[in-house]
Design a protein around this ligand. Structure first.
Ligand code: UT7
Length: 339
């Protein structure tokens, strides 16, 4: 038994922000951002749009693609929830008219989509659910300091979703086996210091003043993260291939988390992946964390870079640190242009 992808959908908010737009408040240039990251523009939420709204848009499209309007559970992977409490997923389920199904959030930053696929597959394998709507949704630009040039150019907002149903391990769309890992010793390389219980308990104690403004925003040490990302994704991708019994040459499409085009290329090189098998969309959307992989799958399927029968390798890396990889054969499903 396996979890099989039966539908896909993606959405990006309408507000497109170019590098030049960002550089009106940022000490950077379009050339630096393009050459160091591969990003030309990203979408950013405005007008009160939040992760919940993005999740609903992608979720509705995935349900439509799957040809149904009911599922047994909803899981949302996000690191930019509307509020610390409650989770976004129950509200998303209600707004999509899915009733009182089990619904919860999962936080694993940029590897959230791979962790979430494994979780959804577990719900199906344990008979908790026969079908799951799994959404990666992020309004993460709200967590980034707009004048911090080390983080502001990198992130974008968006959402991507899949409907998973119970099926056979050897049918197209079946996800797994998985390779997942973490290294919490390096948690501080990518973190938002304030907002959680650590900061709250500290600021409530004697001798602690107000939280410095920058602590509400993401802090990132780009260089060591870059090295970790390349190493962890390469090793994890190989482990997932070993588990399914494919060689690198069998992979038609390497759908990698979109953190930096140079990271995608470096992992592809490290794996000795044949040329032209690592599609990207980071140029248009930036790093959308848990939405990155489903958005890329959606974009690649629309462009014809992902065709039914293609052997697909998924790999992600992010804060935690956390990483994960899995494989699937691309199924015959309806795909629509994102947005
Ligand atoms: O999503 C998963 C987690 N995230 C990642 O995996 C991110 C991994 N890291 C990266 O993608 C890259 O490290 C960055 C894109 C963040 C940075 O690129 P880099 O090539 O590693 O640059 P750097 O941090 O080593 O900085 C090089 C120079 C520095 O100046 P000096 O010291 O050489 O004079 C920086 O101050 O570039 C400077 N710099 C900038 N200059 C213009 C850093 N950010 C900018 C900027 N514009 N936005």
């Amino acid at each position: 038994m396996a979890a099989v992808i039966a539908g896909i959908g993606g959405w990006i908010p309408p507000n497109a922000v170019s590098n030049d737009d960002l550089c009106t408040v940022l000490d950077s240039t379009d050339e630096w951002i393009r050459t160091r990251t591969g990003i030309s523009e990203r979408r950013m939420v405005t007008g009160g749009l939040s992760t919940r709204d993005l999740a609903v848009e992608a979720g509705a499209r995935a349900l439509k693609s799957a040809g149904g309007s009911a599922v047994d559970a909803v899981v949302v992977a996000t690191t930019s929830p509307d509020r610390l409490c409650p989770a976004v997923a129950p509200e998303v389920a209600a707004l999509l008219g899915l009733g009182t199904v089990p619904a919860f959030d999962l936080t694993s930053a940029c590897s959230g989509f791979v962790y979430g696929l494994a979780t959804a597959a577990g719900l199906i394998a344990s008979d908790v659910a026969g079908s799951v709507l799994f959404i990666g949704a992020e309004a993460f630009t709200t967590m980034v300091n707009p004048v911090d040039r080390t983080t502001a150019p990198i992130f974008g907002d968006g959402s991507g979703a899949v409907v998973l149903r119970r099926g056979a391990a050897d049918e197209p769309g079946a996800v797994g086996p998985f390779d997942l890992g973490s290294d919490g010793a390096l948690a501080d390389l990518l973190a938002i210091p304030a907002g959680g219980s650590r900061q709250r308990s500290a600021s409530a104690g004697p001798g602690h003043g107000a939280v410095p403004e920058e602590d509400w925003f993401l802090r990132m040490e780009g260089r060591p993260l870059y090295t970790q990302a390349v190493e962890r994704m390469s090793v994890s991708a190989r482990a997932a291939l070993d588990r399914v019994g494919w060689s690198v040459g069998d992979v038609d499409s390497f759908i990698s988390h979109q953190a930096n085009v140079r990271i995608v290329q470096a992992v592809a090189e490290e794996l000795e992946l044949p040329e032209g098998r690592a599609p990207v969309n980071i140029d248009r959307v930036g790093n959308t964390l848990a939405a990155s992989i489903p958005l890329l799958m959606n974009h690649a399927a629309v462009r014809g870079d992902l065709k039914p029968g293609d052997r697909v390798l998924l790999s992600a890396f992010g804060a935690g640190l956390s990483w994960g990889s899995t494989t699937l054969t691309w199924p015959e499903i309806a795909v629509e242009e994102v947005q």
